[in-house]
Design a protein around this ligand. Structure first.
Ligand SMILES: Cc1cc2nc3c(=O)[nH]c(=O)nc-3n(C[C@H](O)[C@H](O)[C@H](O)COP(=O)(O)OP(=O)(O)OC[C@H]3O[C@@H](n4cnc5c(N)ncnc54)[C@H](O)[C@@H]3O)c2cc1C
Ligand code: SF4
Length: 487
């Protein structure tokens, strides 16, 4: 694409940003990234036709076509199912030829996924796909072998939280005039949206995103692995990278992120188990999720294999709950639009799974509330990994757990008014009855699942009165959630 002959059209569509009640911080990030990118493009000699705070895409595109009379519109494959076609149709209505280029923000191509499927319908596992991606990229490979001799070092990770554990702080990038203008616009235009902008200090340009990557690899990557799954009250980021928002908005490329992480291992700054664990998240999980989305959409989004139908309760919007773990998680999401993976999966997602939240409503809650949320990444993570509503494509075993897991991996239960060991008493932790009720509701299905059958047998071997009391307690909790009572 030649700079002299091309015009870059960028559109801030208020209509698109209002389709869902997106967290204010997310809107600030997206608009600030767009405006800084436009500035960088102009500085590099490109002509940019920018539509700030515009009503909708089609109208702005029409104005652009009338102004510049382009011969064709070149656009990158969109990350959301159906949107590339919708944009191409809008362009076609204006008489523009359309040229769609592949998405640039991923490392894999469809064949990297399909090559591992024994048949068109067969499931591809993340582990097999990940090994293929390591071979393809050469990341952490010594000749044809994985660095250190193993593909996966998770056995060295998963440390429990210990008292006084502290990590290097996440870098702050103070808002410049452009970002301050965006913040004012979001506060004005989207006043009714959830969350707070607060002291927004995220990177919104490539230079700062690269600085964030550098700081992570130099100061926090080494401790990423051991405490990857741990949760500590008041310690919201641990040693996680917080790079997903930058990768998903295109400020960073996943391959450069992994290459910089590998360098930290090669130069002795970070241990192999941490670096491998981190690279697996990016070229393993992130790419796998992207491929699953494009493989199984659009029917995937509507899956509800466990027949879950509880409306997302009011406390997910208000944050008002006596359950310490959920209160911490919901407060963090409201204030930062971020929570690390285990908080998403084993606190917010786990509760939604065992209580039986409606999958689409849950998906949309996550999508609207998280800084890095987009349809492609939410659907397989929420419908699939978290709620098991896909029937076991992303994970063969549901990520369900009682208070025991949360107590092992966090210090939350110490601060909670509920008794983590009790199941049916008034002060019993709600996770416990809901967990067993979830197993009971799905006993037939899980009895056929090798990884769940033992748990089902454990449930079925309990005295009938015990089971009845647990199920009655779970029913009371679910009723309270439906009514919007504080639990
Ligand atoms: C219920 C649920 C919802 C999620 N929603 C999102 C989302 O909207 N957007 C999003 O990018 N990730 C999502 N994830 C995946 C993961 O939790 C986030 O990518 C991660 O927490 C982002 O924080 P981080 O950058 O500090 O990640 P780190 O823990 O530092 O991990 C490094 C990177 O790996 C990638 N990654 C790791 N796991 C996944 C995954 N399962 N899917 C995709 N990328 C992954 C991300 O790019 C991330 O930045 C979700 C997971 C769950 C269980
Ligand atoms: S006792 Fe239950 S509700 Fe309270 S923090 Fe622990 S797991 Fe969460």
């Amino acid at each position: 694409m030649a700079r002299a002959e091309s015009v870059v059209v960028m559109i801030e569509s208020i209509e698109r940003a209002s389709v869902m009640a997106y967290h204010k911080r997310k809107l600030v990030l997206v608009y600030a990234v767009m405006r800084h990118f436009a500035q960088d493009l102009r500085a590099a000699g490109w002509t940019v036709d920018y539509y700030a705070e515009h009503g909708d895409f089609a109208d702005a595109l029409g104005q652009h076509a009338a102004k510049y009379r382009p011969a064709k519109l070149r656009l990158m494959q969109q990350s959301e199912w159906g949107v590339t076609e919708a944009l191409a149709a809008a362009a076609a209505r204006l008489g523009l030829a359309v040229d769609v280029t592949p998405h640039v923000n991923f490392v894999s191509v469809p064949a990297d996924f399909d090559a591992h499927a024994k048949s068109a319908a067969a499931r591809v596992t993340m582990d097999v796909f990940y090994r293929g991606m390591r071979r393809k990229t050469g990341l952490l490979m010594d000749g044809g072998e994985p660095a250190g001799g193993k593909w996966n070092y998770d056995a060295a990770n998963r440390e429990r939280p210990v008292r006084g554990l502290r990590f290097a702080p996440v870098p702050r990038f103070e808002p410049d005039a452009i970002t301050r203008e965006v913040i004012a616009m979001v506060e004005r235009r989207f006043a009714g949206h959830p969350g707070i902008v607060g002291d927004f200090a995220l990177a919104v340009c490539r230079r700062d995103a690269l600085a964030a990557l550098e700081q992570f690899c130099a100061q926090r990557l080494d401790t990423f692995g051991p405490w990857q799954d741990a949760m500590i009250a008041g310690e919201r980021t641990m040693s996680h990278s917080l790079l997903s928002a930058y990768i998903n908005t295109g400020l960073l490329h996943p391959l450069e992120v992994c290459e910089r992480a590998e360098l930290a291992y090669r130069n002795g700054t970070a241990r192999l188990s941490s670096v491998e664990g981190f690279i697996r998240q990016v070229i393993g999980w992130r790419e796998y999720i992207w491929r699953v989305y494009w493989k199984l959409m659009p029917e995937y989004r509507a899956r509800n294999a466990l027949g879950a139908d509880l409306p997302v309760p009011a406390m997910y919007r208000t944050g008002d709950t006596a359950m310490f773990c959920l209160r911490e998680a919901l407060a963090q999401v409201r204030e930062t639009a971020y929570a690390h993976h285990i908080v998403r999966l084993m606190v917010l997602g786990n509760f939604a799974l065992i209580a039986g939240f409606d999958p689409i409503e849950t998906n949309d809650w996550f999508w609207s509330m998280f800084i890095d949320g987009y349809d492609w990444v939410m659907v397989p993570n929420v419908i699939g990994m978290s709620l098991h509503a896909d029937g076991g494509y992303v994970g063969t075993k549901p990520y369900c757990a009682s208070a025991n897991y949360i107590n092992t991996m966090s210090d939350y239960c110490k601060h909670c008014r509920y008794d983590r060991k009790a199941t049916t008493t008034d002060d019993a932790c709600p996770f416990n009855a809901l967990y067993w009720d979830f197993v009971a509701r799905n006993a037939d299905r899980f009895a056929r699942n090798q990884r769940m059958a033992v748990i089902v047998r454990n449930w079925q071997n309990r005295p009938i009165e015990t089971r009845a009391a647990i199920r009655a307690k779970a029913a009371r909790i679910r009723d309270a959630l439906c009514r919007g009572d504080r639990i």
